[in-house]
Design a protein around this ligand. Sequence first.
Ligand code: AKG
Length: 302
Amino acid sequence: MDHRQPRNSSLINQEVGANKRFARTQTPFDDETRRSIAHVIQRGYVVIEHGFSDAEVEEAITELHRIASGEEAGPTAAGGRNKFEGLNTHRIYALLNKSRVFDKFAIHPRVLALNDYFLDPGYQLNAYHSIFIQPGENPQTLHHDDSFITIPRPHRPFGTAIMVALDAFTETNGATVVVPESHRWGAEPMPTQEQTVPVLMPRGSIVYFLGTLWHGGGQNKSSEERRSLTVQYCQPWVRPFENQILAVDWDKLDIIPDRLVDMLGYKVASPFIGYVDGVSPRRAVARLLRRRKDERLLRQKL
Ligand SMILES: O=C(O)CCC(=O)C(=O)O
């Protein structure tokens, strides 16, 4: 299956300038990226070893502990609410609203290069949270992340995802399990746990996979928690899992890397998806914040 963007919309993209708006992401792929693309096309996933340093991993863990013990922890910091979230799994959602430490994990250049191949220009951030699988947790129900889009399989991926290993992923500690090559399956068959393989990778590594690949959190048979971050991306024309426009406070946009703000849904996608009153959401928010500030100043003067 061809994962690239179909050419049927290129005329309108040219007419409205969308092809120019996204030109900066259309750089040629280097050899390593080409090898990774080939692996993903074949197997549905690829491991990027040591994508992040020990210091970066440590910083993320420290920050997650700080958030978990404070007011921003959220509803699942001490355990999931259902079997899918994992009753023995700790998650912290909306990480981009809680600390700038997590920005870099969502915009790793090798991951973005893969997204540039597998997703349409202007792809978005679909969800971003931490997943700490505790000892004794059961295997998660196998799933593919784009199953929320009810278009029959097989189809192009409607999204991609990464898991960042904050601990080495091992045979016993609940490493993410995948069903290799299942990204090409149709509606049947449903995979079984016996068909899965654990993604074993050192701390700081990333597993990148397509939204069509069957996978799940592994069973944690060890005595240690398995700590990770997950970032999901989706096509620009998909409604994201987490409403990023509300999940991240507007007054923080100026201190978040531009590329990431674009991915929160603030950049108009091809040909003109997501515009607000004829301008980009970023400009619309800036206008609104400016107006509110002017009104406040006026009230103070009166
Ligand atoms: O924790 C993992 O290894 C995978 C989690 C996952 O796939 C999910 O929660 O959607």
